[in-house]
Design a protein around this ligand. Structure first.
Ligand SMILES: [Zn+2]
Length: 410
């Protein structure tokens, strides 16, 4: 079923369904997290959001028949350099180690600039077609890949700048930071490309020393940090706490994001609470990747998985409410690879459910849930810490209106 929008500069979209999670401050009544509304669109912006059935009768309009209207998605954590490789590098065991092995494959194989470009291009076209307008990718950055991938990424960012704002974080094992020549070259590449420092943390006797190097280097170069943290079911692994302490110890003022944090869910309540308190004190932003972790974690042949690796979302959310800059930010991602939920924000459960259902079970939107995405003002690219997202991921008067249903990118 197609939907033709009026050609006039000002029109109404009647009987839209809006997720209440993305309409902060709205007086619209909500039922099960959803509101019914009429939207007035004028000159490419949302002029007003009114209770359903109250739009003026004398302007052109189209009845959305309860279709959903959403902001564009912010994909906080993905890997556009290494997705869509199943045909060449499958992961038949379906577990975390299998994923790592698939990534590594034959050293050097499938990681030429052309390979990377092909994967990035397909990932970005998928993300765009599904309504993503902001995307942060991690890039495998052990030498010499850092120079290959960041160069391709810079080209992609330029090509896509009017459709998706892109960020990249360098991904490398934290112990590689001891290789001075490599790390200084990596920092040079990251700075030159406006990226972030990233990395994978894991228990090491002198992890604190390495984290200090990471934080000091980031501070010296004005970089933010986005780390892969504790993607394991091993309760003895809790580098999350070390990261929070390192940020505080170094007085680091940039934005720090921590992804996965699976082992947090394996701690006893007291230890989990103490860690979350420190995460809050340090102001870390936690990204959970439920689809990725629920697929990979605790998977063993012939055994039903018990623990699926989703971090303590509700507990983090409860703490986040006391964070000074807390506000609701819908940052749900849907790509063929994963769904991310950014929990310096609070995505409503219904939102996640819809996307999970759609991504995993339905090849297409059912008519009732077919979305119209709205693109929001983008204040000159993405400065540090994704600050623009917090002011651009809600449905409210003044937002740009950009229907992107059926859009494709060639
Ligand atoms: Zn990742």
């Amino acid at each position: 079923m197609t939907l033709d929008l009026p050609k006039t500069g000002r029109f109404a979209l009647r009987t839209a369904t809006l997720p209440a999670a993305v309409t902060p401050g709205s007086a619209l009544p909500a039922r099960e997290g959803l509101s019914s509304a009429d939207l007035i669109v004028a000159d490419g912006r949302i002029e007003a959001i009114l209770p359903a059935g109250t739009a003026p009768a004398d302007i052109e309009s189209v009845d959305l028949q309860r279709r959903m209207v959403w902001p564009c998605f912010a994909d906080m954590h993905t890997h556009i350099d290494k997705g869509h490789i199943w045909d060449r590098q499958p992961n038949p065991t379906g577990d975390f180690d299998g994923a790592l092995a698939a990534r590594q494959g034959r050293p050097g194989a499938n990681w030429t600039a052309r390979d990377v470009e092909t994967r990035m291009d397909f990932s970005l076209r998928c993300a765009y077609a599904h309504g993503t307008s902001l995307l942060r990718t991690h890039l495998d950055s052990l030498a010499p890949q850092h120079r290959i991938s960041f160069e391709v990424f810079a080209d992609m960012r330029e090509r896509w700048k009017d459709r998706i704002a892109l960020q990249a974080a360098a991904l490398f094992p934290i112990d590689a930071i001891d290789d001075d020549a490599y790390f200084s070259d990596l920092v040079e590449v990251v700075v030159a490309n406006g990226g972030l420092l990233g990395g994978v943390t894991f228990p090491l006797p002198d992890l604190d020393r390495r984290l200090d190097i990471l934080f000091r280097t980031a501070a010296d170069n004005g970089l933010d940090i986005d780390l892969h943290v504790d993607e394991t079911q091993d309760a003895n692994v809790l580098t999350l706490l070390a990261i929070a302490e390192a940020k505080l110890r170094n007085g680091f003022e940039g934005a720090v994001t921590v992804g996965h944090c699976c082992s947090l869910a394996r701690q006893d309540d007291d230890k989990a609470k103490a860690t979350i308190d420190k995460v809050r004190e340090a102001g870390l932003s936690v990204v959970s990747l439920p689809m990725c972790n629920m697929y990979l974690q605790d998977r063993h042949p012939g055994r039903t998985p018990r623990s699926r690796g989703v971090t303590l979302l509700h507990e983090l959310r409860a703490q986040a409410c006391r964070w000074p800059f807390h506000r609701t930010i819908p940052a749900i991602l849907s790509t063929p690879m994963a769904i991310s939920t950014w929990w310096k924000c609070s995505a409503r459960r219904c939102v996640l459910r819809i996307w999970t259902t759609r991504s995993m079970m339905r090849p297409r939107w059912s008519p009732a849930f077919r979305p119209i995405f709205c693109k929001f003002p983008k204040p000159g690219g993405l400065p540090r810490g994704w600050a623009p997202i917090s002011s651009s991921s809600t449905l409210e008067a003044g937002a740009n209106f950009c229907p992107v249903r059926r859009r494709t990118a060639s």
